[in-house]
Design a protein around this ligand. Structure first.
Ligand code: FES
Ligand SMILES: [Fe+2]
Length: 434
């Protein structure tokens, strides 16, 4: 190596101690060339290393990005949530300048100002989803709040799911909050009273003799079933037992069809509004024909030149004996069972099922959950993502309307609206003036 002093003498051979000879000078020049080539070599090495690094990381980056895109397109399930006040309250957003408290007050005023018609029961009868199966593991207990009531839903160690009133008959603790599942029983978190899942009988009070358990200490269980990835409750305002059961899709239950994703909407509307949407064929052209690219702005027809869609649909009630609760839409195989269950079956890019489940939460609040399953074909996942995305954009538009509309007791239905009348009369069991 050459130190600083040496460098000075190399650059100026006459500086230093004594006078240098020619051979010293030549030697110094050799050193200079050697040093320069050393430096060039080092520079080249660094340069090559940088290139190597870039090539390596570019490859890694490229592979990573491609891998991530493949994961997004072919693997990751879709998930989208829309809350109660996200749609239909544009006025509140613009007037209140982004102040959340003022915005909520404004929204509350608008909601209170809505007068509700009385043509219909508070909650329709039928099978309704209370939970997604995949969200309830074995020996887990959770609360669920629907029909203005609170429930506990638990899955026993046998895998069976149960639904019961949420409050413990002892002193009223909520069984879905810190309740423990023991076998197929639910144990109250407060004093440990334990109720079995099949009949609701109290089988244990930790601080009392079994013979002294009162017969009346019973948990109210609700008729339930589990299929197609959901746990259902049977609701009937007069407490009558089910007269029909939903159709099971075996490929979903046995896992042959893959789960592709979900979307969830909380809507400030009577559940029957959503149920009758499918029979309201007149609204498709107005609300859903505008290009997807326009988003919720369905009055903007400018984008229709780029991409729009045309809706032609019919709707009819099942002619099968004992299946009067079912109706079908002709545009695709859309299959509706009571007010709570709608299934879309498709053959595009492999067989698939799209479920749209509607459950009343309160008198004018409804929860909508959509799931999609399809055969494991190559393009099934990207196709499902597109369906889930576009469908939820379309539902955004309905929510803009639903969140602000009322339920008229005597709507002016004309003869072209006859399918709505038929839906209200046959599926929703309303009294409709003809
Ligand atoms: S409140 Fe449930 S055991 Fe006491
Ligand atoms: Fe719609």
């Amino acid at each position: 190596m050459v130190n600083n002093t040496d460098l000075v003498s190399i650059i100026d051979p006459f500086v230093g101690e004594g006078v240098q000879t020619n051979s010293d000078f030549l030697k110094n020049m050799e050193n200079l060339q050697f040093e320069t080539s050393l430096r060039l070599g080092h520079f080249l090495q660094v340069f090559l290393e940088v290139i190597n690094f870039l090539v390596y990381w570019r490859t890694v980056g490229f592979v990573g990005i491609v891998g991530f895109l493949i994961y997004l397109l072919f693997w990751r399930p879709y998930n989208r949530y829309r809350d109660l006040t996200e749609l239909g309250y544009d006025e509140a957003n613009t007037r209140q300048g982004g102040n959340n408290v003022a915005r909520m007050n404004f929204i509350n005023d608008m909601r209170k100002a809505r007068k509700v018609g009385v043509a219909t029961a508070l909650y329709p009868n039928g099978w309704f989803v209370v939970m997604e199966s995949r969200l309830l593991k074995k020996t887990e207990a959770k609360e669920a709040n629907y029909f203005g009531k609170t429930f506990v839903v638990w899955r026993g160690s046998s895998g069976q799911a149960y639904i019961a009133d949420g409050y413990c008959p002892h002193i009223g603790a909520h069984l879905g909050v810190m309740g423990l599942v023991k076998g197929d029983c639910i144990e109250c978190p407060f004093h440990g009273w334990t109720f079995e899942g099949t009949g609701g009988t109290c089988v244990k009070i930790p601080y009392a003799d079994p013979s002294s358990i009162p017969k009346s200490a019973k948990l109210k269980l609700h008729t339930s079933l589990e299929m197609n990835g959901f746990i259902f409750i049977w609701y009937h305002d007069k407490g009558l037992q089910p007269t029909w059961t939903p159709r099971r899709i075996p490929e979903v239950d046995n896992g042959r069809w893959k789960y592709r994703g979900r979307s969830e909407f909380r809507v400030s509307v009577h559940a029957q509004e959503i149920a009758e949407n499918i029979a309201d064929t007149g609204h498709f052209a107005k609300l859903h024909e505008t290009s997807y690219l326009a988003g919720i702005n369905f009055n903007n027809r400018m984008l229709d030149n780029i991409f729009d869609q045309e809706w032609k649909a019919g709707w009819y009630v099942s002619k099968e004996a004992d299946r009067g609760h079912e109706s079908f839409m002709e545009a695709a195989i859309i299959h509706k069972e009571g007010p709570g269950i709608t299934t879309f079956l498709s053959d595009l890019f492999g067989k698939s099922a799209f479920f749209l489940m509607v459950t009343p939460v309160g008198p004018f609040e409804t929860r909508m959950i959509k799931h999609m399953y399809s055969e494991p074909t190559l393009l099934a996942h990207p196709f499902a993502l597109a369906v889930l995305y576009v469908e939820s954009l379309q539902i955004d538009r309905d929510c803009e309307i639903w969140n602000r509309k009322t339920r008229l007791a005597n709507p002016k239905l004309i003869k072209e609206d006859r399918l709505i009348k038929e839906q209200r009369r046959t599926i929703l069991l309303e009294k409709v003036r003809t």
